[in-house]
Design a protein around this ligand. Structure first.
Ligand code: GCO
Length: 264
């Protein structure tokens, strides 16, 4: 009998794009809270195997499944395999995502489409495969990983902002359609975190690095593990009446218009 509102013992969580970065950190947090964790990736089986063995060494009950989240048939087949081999998916974290930093005037249409496919359409595809079981069981948690770009634009990330802005509204619409089945659908909007994805804009000397530190009231880049608490909260009983919300974990970025460089 779980005693804590935040205890995920007995739950099964699928986290897409969880072989590295924020996805892996959130999957680790959800696992540490007691859930069985299904790690999805599509780049290499070795990366999936490495992540699974790392989690198992830490005492987390982890499994790995490689599938392309943009391929509906592959997703449906994989979800079916997961639910027969591991068990029903109680928690889905749609984390898999890509970014292409190119000015819109120079961006090829196929590049724009690829960002939309991975960052916006795949959460729909994976949720559509998982939701049938959740509705049948009248219980489920879906967490869509949004972004600062769900609220703000910036040069060179137009496709990503369009996708993440759309994912914010898709989250709200999933809530509207599925809340009646005791399914909670929320988003997490990470601020600027120190990951491989942000490495190119975080290197010392890159003006963007100083800009972000200055633009973030906390004055630092986030560390991936700092997303774990929010991921556990939105996966747990503690958030059973929270629905259609995007929780921004951003060190205060969205609370401020910023400050002059020389202001303390
Ligand atoms: C960028 C960054 C951002 C962050 C994150 C912010 O190029 O501006 O990569 O997109 O990764 O999405 O929430």
């Amino acid at each position: 009998m779980s005693t804590s509102l935040f205890d995920l013992t007995g739950k099964i969580a699928l986290v897409t794009g969880a072989t590295h970065g924020l996805g892996m950190a959130m999957a680790r947090g959800i696992g540490r809270a007691g859930a069985k964790v299904i790690i999805n990736g599509n780049s290499s089986q070795q990366k999936i195997d490495n992540a699974v063995s790392e989690f198992i060494q830490e005492g987390i009950d982890a499994y790995g499944y490689r599938f392309d989240v943009t391929d509906e048939k592959s997703v449906m087949d994989s979800v079916g395999k997961i639910e027969s081999e591991v068990g029903p998916i109680d928690i889905l974290v749609n984390n898999a995502g890509i970014i292409k930093r190119t000015p819109l005037t120079e961006m090829e249409v196929e590049d724009f489409e690829q960002v939309i496919n991975v960052d916006l359409i795949s959460p729909f595809i994976v949720s559509k495969s998982v939701i049938k079981g959740m509705i049948a069981r009248k219980s489920g948690k879906i967490i869509n990983i949004c972004s600062m770009m769900s609220e703000l634009g910036r040069n060179t990330v137009g496709a990503y902002a369009a996708a993440k802005g759309g994912l914010k509204m898709l989250t709200k619409n999933m809530c509207v359609e599925w809340a009646r089945h005791n399914i909670q659908v929320n988003g997490i909007g990470p601020g600027y975190f120190a990951t491989e994805q942000t490495k190119p804009i975080r290197v010392d000397g890159n003006p963007f690095n100083e800009f972000i530190v200055n633009r973030t009231p906390a004055g630092v880049w986030g560390e991936p593990d700092e997303l774990q608490g929010t991921a556990i909260f939105l996966s747990s009983k503690a958030s059973d009446f929270v629905n259609g919300q995007i929780l921004y974990v951003d060190g205060g970025i969205l609370a401020t218009i910023g400050k002059p460089n020389n202001e303390v």
